[in-house]
Design a protein. Structure first.
Length: 160
């Protein structure tokens, strides 16, 4: 089953259960292991490098807009998850402007290949299986340290 965001953007490939390269909120990520005289620390939580070993490489602005859905500008600092408790898809946004974690239920319309995310609804009391237990600051650090969810193929972000 493929779920599309608006048109060509695909929801399920941004979900760790389908794409193991994507951020898994159930994991606490660590920096890349050091080697030789090279030491890696936590990624910058606002603008991580596109590659950990390239000092003059591209920086990714996690507050930059990844896409817009239902009037919500979704920053790069987001991930999707599915709640088995609520039987719903969730968009989780790490919102720097409010220093908070926002959970949106995702309304999926259509069926089969025509399935797409078409609306969002802010959920102030999300089910426990979409809450990581980390604070905003902890989640904000874990996200860029841990995963290529920000930009496909971002090799500065690694699994534990």
């Amino acid at each position: 089953m493929v779920r599309r965001i608006g048109g060509p953007k695909i929801l399920e490939i941004q979900w760790h259960a389908v794409n193991v390269m994507y951020y898994n909120p159930n994991v606490t990520y660590r920096p890349w292991p050091s080697y030789g005289s090279t030491t890696f620390t936590n990624a910058d939580k606002d603008k991580p490098k596109s590659h950990p070993a390239i000092n003059n490489g591209c920086l990714i602005d996690l507050q930059g807009t990844s896409f817009t859905l239902d009037g919500v500008n979704v920053p790069h600092s987001h991930y999707f998850c599915l709640s088995s408790i609520a039987n719903k898809a969730y968009l989780v946004v790490l919102d720097k402007s409010s220093s908070s974690i926002k959970h949106y239920t995702v309304m999926v319309t259509g069926s089969g290949l025509a399935e797409k995310a078409s609306a969002l609804s802010l959920d102030s009391a999300p089910p426990s299986d979409v809450i990581t237990g980390r604070t905003y600051e902890e989640e904000r650090q874990n996200l860029p340290t841990g995963s290529p969810i920000i930009v496909a193929g971002n090799s500065s972000l690694r699994a534990p």
